[in-house]
Write a protein that binds this ligand. Structure first.
Ligand code: ATP
Ligand code: MG
Ligand code: MG
Ligand code: MG
Length: 469
């Protein structure tokens, strides 16, 4: 059985041997893209190479890229703890061609890696292509020898990738692994596709067009390749487990969390241990890349992740700060591949401890209020927006934490009501200031307050959060 550190190395070596420059992961905070909250795929650091704005001394590259999907267009926060395959932080393995090789070589490289190097059972693999991409369809038949049944045409945007409203775009192919009929789910494109039986392990993007403003599209003279494979997902397959959270790395993290809390990782507690292990990684990697918890933008996403994990620690009976005590286990597991974790260990530990200590003061009281307010409620009921806002404003509960707390019971939060309550509070505060006859300084104060955030930044909505970065 190979561990994640070996699998990462095997992947990078394989592509290095095939003439790819091994490029380090870029930081989670994109340097060149203010519109993006966090690096969420391998191609982010190469955007300017794909558009041709920038040239480097290589035309093929391979990376293991740190990714966070907890805000903006890709947000998997709500999946964590509930699906077998999603994390907020994960590593994306990728190979890239910048106007060099294209579809046929990309498919060949991918197929040989999974079937020869990794030795996966071919009969468990299937692929998707974009409905109009006959070329990819034929290549999968020819190169991989896949039967028609195993090449699925998909017509949705899942199989058509675009960098943005304009710029490079093109069809993609996703490689799926069938974990077996004892798991619920159907092949891609089927009604049961959102189950976890067929898991997408690798996504190959064929950048072959350029999209212009106003709808025109032309073929790129030198098409490119961008691929992404989740390290944790391929590790699950290679280690013979279905679930990402059962791979070596997560087993170690969850074991540490079980030892510290004294609660086994079964039944309802399973999700809590998973959330803790996942959020510990996201938190530690974000801090080591310079993000600190705050009330707006990226810092607020981090704070939300941390507080979510803290509520789960509380559910497991922890009455003292817990997460900071898991940091050494993470550093032992991942510090070799990511030395920035080792360098930032003290900062991560102190930041977690401080945030945990502060939030602990209001967490328990807030949960008490939430219990009272939802007493007697059942599936399908709705918590009023006023209460959700009070939890946010007075107890520091991000909206998604309240939603997560009610999820198991099937209770929703009245989001409109929450927003109304927030708007009302702002209006009242403004009116009070205006009434005090200090309108000019009030304007400055509110300008500032909106920028810095009164108690919490309003960025519970990730789109909003993204806009203010
Ligand atoms: P899914 O449909 O399963 O959510 P995706 O199509 O959104 O995956 P891509 O954007 O294609 O994912 O990313 C490339 C690869 O990165 C995926 O094939 C998968 O292996 C991995 N991946 C994507 N999102 C996650 C995540 N949240 N946690 C772990 N791995 C992920
Ligand atoms: Mg996804
Ligand atoms: Mg997908
Ligand atoms: Mg995909």
């Amino acid at each position: 059985m190979s561990g994640v550190n070996d699998i990462r190395a095997t992947f990078l070596d394989y592509f290095a041997k095939a003439g790819h420059a091994v490029v380090p992961s870029s930081p989670l905070v994109p340097r060149n893209d203010p519109t993006l909250m966090f690096a969420n795929s391998g191609m982010v650091q190469f955007k300017n190479l794909f558009t041709g704005i920038e040239k480097r001394d290589y035309v093929r590259a391979t990376t293991a890229q740190k990714c966070v999907r907890a805000g903006g267009k890709h947000n998997d926060l709500d999946n964590v703890g509930y699906t077998a395959r999603h994390h907020t932080f994960f590593e994306m393995l990728g190979n890239f061609s910048f106007g060099d090789y294209f579809k046929d070589r990309a498919i060949e490289l991918a197929w040989n890696l999974v079937t020869k190097e990794f030795g996966l059972d071919r009969s468990k693999l299937l692929v998707t292509v974009y409905s109009e991409d006959d070329e990819a369809y034929e290549l999968w038949r020819k190169i991989a020898g896949l039967s028609d049944r195993r090449i699925i045409r998909i017509s949705t945007s899942d199989n058509f990738w675009q960098m943005g409203d304009t710029g490079p775009c093109g069809p993609c192919s996703e490689i799926f692994y069938d974990h077996g009929d004892h798991i619920w789910g159907g092949p891609p494109g089927s009604p049961e596709a959102d189950g976890d039986r067929f898991i997408e392990i690798w996504n190959l993007v064929f950048m072959q067009y350029e999209q212009f403003q106003g709808g025109g599209r032309v073929a790129l003279p030198k098409p490119s390749i961008d691929t992404g494979m989740g390290l944790e997902r391929i590790a699950a397959v290679l280690q013979g487990v279905h679930d990402n959270y059962d791979i070596d790395l997560f087993k170690t993290l969850i074991r540490a969390s079980v030892e510290l809390t004294g609660r086994p990782a079964d039944d309802a507690q399973r999700a809590s241990h998973r959330v803790i292990a996942d959020h510990l990684r996201a938190t530690s990697f974000l801090i080591s890349d310079g993000v600190l918890p705050s009330n707006e933008g990226r810092g607020y996403v981090l704070r939300r992740i941390m507080r979510r994990a803290m509520r789960h620690a509380h559910l497991l009976g922890a009455r003292e700060p817990l997460l900071w005590r898991l940091v050494p286990t993470l550093v032992a597991e991942m510090g070799r591949a990511y030395p920035e974790l080792v360098r930032a260990e003290a900062l991560i530990t102190e930041t977690l401890k401080l945030e945990e200590t502060r939030f602990r003061r209001t967490l328990e009281r807030g949960l008490g209020l939430l219990d009272e307010a939802t007493n007697g409620m059942s599936t399908g009921d709705m918590l009023d927006g006023e209460t959700a806002f009070k939890l946010y404003d007075t107890y520091g509960f991000p909206l998604d934490l309240t939603q997560d707390a009610l999820r198991q019971r099937g209770i929703h939060v009245n989001i409109d009501g929450f927003q109304d309550a927030m708007a009302r509070q702002k209006a009242e505060a403004r009116a009070n200031w205006a009434g005090s006859g200090e309108a000019a300084s009030a304007a400055i104060w509110f300008g500032l307050k909106e920028k810095v955030g009164p108690t919490e930044f309003l960025g519970y909505d990730t789109e909003t959060a993204e806009a203010v970065v």
